[in-house]
Structures are given as structure tokens and as C-alpha cells.
Design a protein around this ligand. Structure first.
Ligand code: ADP
Length: 239
């Protein structure tokens, strides 16, 4: 039995409060908001539309471009505005997490742009962004095999927990009089129907058994998340 206690009193498999809303940016072709507690993302989709300049066009399929960014005051210490190595990496992994469910061959020579903006950040923002983007793509009417759901699983102290916060990501223990980091962040995106992962990152150390446990918890959590995403899509259709 693990002994780690979560600072906000959550169970190991419990996420923060999830909110999902579709249709939050009227001028976009599709849009959505998704949040885990105060980690909140807005996604706006433009397209599919013809790609310019023409030499970038692919006659076999549509190009998917995702752009992730955080508002300067979304974090406690002001984030320098503009792109960074981190935002470039997250934009890249978001594109590859979403691509497997999209029928991009349906739109040759076209482009779909997905803008993800983090309004407030308390860890797991790439996952909130992927969840918002997946909803926004569905809202834009892009043909998809299924929705993508994402969550950050952590090994904090001796426990495997769902949807980690910044405080948990920074968790330290004392060893030989020194403070050492005792947190591993494992963001993942799951295609629940296909039972596949389209994103798996690891920041820290885990054993193979712990990684298997983390993936199992990620799959279980994403089954709940996908139901919330479906409800949000259903709600906008009824409006
Ligand atoms: P994720 O948000 O997907 O967990 P990271 O692990 O890189 O991605 O970041 C963890 C958290 O660290 C962010 O959610 C945010 O709360 C904080 N953070 C990230 N970048 C900055 C920054 N430039 N300034 C202050 N805090 C940041």
C-alpha cells in the first residue's frame, strides 16, 4: 500500500473537477474549452481550407498544424510571451497525438490549423489542450474515427496518481539530509475505442511495472474523460 497523501485530498485515481464546453469561439470553424481544475485550455480550429503557399500542399492528404501557447499571466511567475522550446515541443506532440484519429486523406491540398491557448496553468496543460483540441476538431466537423482523451499520470512519492498538479510535480522527499525530487510526470493520450496510445511522455523515473500501472490508470481515467467530452458535444448539438 502506498503512503503518499495528495495535498488536495483527492483519491489516487481521482481527477480535479473537469469542465468541457464546445462552441466557445464563434468565429472559428470549431472550438472548445477543457479544464482540469484551474488548468484551462481553449482550442480553436480553422479549416479544412486550401493551403497556401501552394508548394506546401500535399495532394494525398490535409496538413494538420497545432499551435500551443500559454498566456503570460497563466502561471504564477510571468511566462515570457512568444514561442519557446517548450511550446514548440508541445505543439509537435499535440499534432502527433491527434493525427491518428483524423481522416486527413479526405481533404487533399488542404490545411487544418488548431490554436491552443492555456488561460490558466497548474500542470497537465498539454493534456487539457489535447482534450480541448479533440473536441474542437469534432465540432468543426472534421471526420474522426474517435475522440482523443489525455491525462497526466504521476508517480508521486510511492503512489501512482491521476491528473497531477504543479505542487505534485514539484514534490520532494528528504534523503540523507538532502531534498530530492520524488515526482515523475507521465502525460498520455488514449484512443479508447482502438485501445491505443497516441502520446506517452516520461519526465522522471519509473520501473516497467510502475509504467504499466500508470498506463492502466491512464486508460481508466480517459474512459471517464471521453464520456465528458461526448456530453459536451451532445450539448452543443442540442442548443
Ligand atoms: P504540462 O503543463 O503539460 O504539465 P510541463 O510539465 O512542461 O507541461 O509544465 C508543468 C507546469 O509548469 C505548467 O502547467 C505550468 O503550471 C508550469 N510552467 C510551465 N512553463 C512555465 C513558465 N514558463 N513559467 C512558469 N510556470 C511554468
Amino acid at each position: 500500500m502506498a503512503t503518499y497523501k495528495r495535498p488536495d485530498g483527492r483519491e489516487y485515481d481521482e481527477t480535479r473537477k473537469i469542465e468541457a464546453k464546445v462552441g466557445v469561439v464563434k468565429r472559428a470553424d470549431g472550438s472548445a474549452m477543457f479544464s482540469f481544475g484551474s488548468s484551462r485550455a481553449i482550442a480553436a480550429v480553422y479549416g479544412p481550407r486550401q493551403l497556401h503557399p501552394q508548394h506546401l500542399q500535399n495532394p494525398e492528404k490535409c496538413l494538420l498544424r497545432c499551435y500551443y501557447d500559454m498566456l503570460p499571466f497563466s502561471v504564477a511567475e510571468r511566462k515570457r510571451p512568444g514561442p519557446s522550446r517548450r511550446s514548440t515541443e508541445i505543439s509537435y506532440v499535440t499534432t502527433s497525438a491527434l493525427s491518428p484519429v483524423l481522416k486527413l486523406e479526405a481533404f487533399p491540398n488542404a490545411v487544418i490549423d488548431v490554436y491552443i491557448l492555456i488561460i490558466e496553468a497548474d500542470a497537465s496543460t498539454r493534456c487539457a489542450g489535447i482534450n480541448a483540441a479533440s473536441l474542437a476538431l469534432a465540432h468543426a466537423g472534421v471526420p474522426m474515427t474517435e475522440l482523443v482523451s489525455a491525462v497526466s499520470i504521476g508517480k508521486i512519492g510511492d503512489a501512482i496518481v491521476a491528473d497531477i498538479t504543479k505542487e505534485e510535480e514539484d514534490y520532494k522527499i528528504k534523503k540523507d539530509g538532502k531534498e530530492i525530487k520524488a515526482a515523475t510526470d507521465i502525460p498520455m493520450a488514449i484512443l479508447s475505442r482502438a485501445n491505443k496510445l497516441s502520446l506517452l511522455q516520461l519526465d522522471g523515473k519509473v520501473t516497467l511495472d510502475e509504467l504499466k500501472e500508470a498506463i492502466a490508470l491512464g486508460k481508466k481515467t480517459c474512459k471517464k474523460i471521453v464520456e465528458i467530452q461526448k456530453q459536451a458535444l451532445k450539448k452543443v448539438k442540442e442548443e
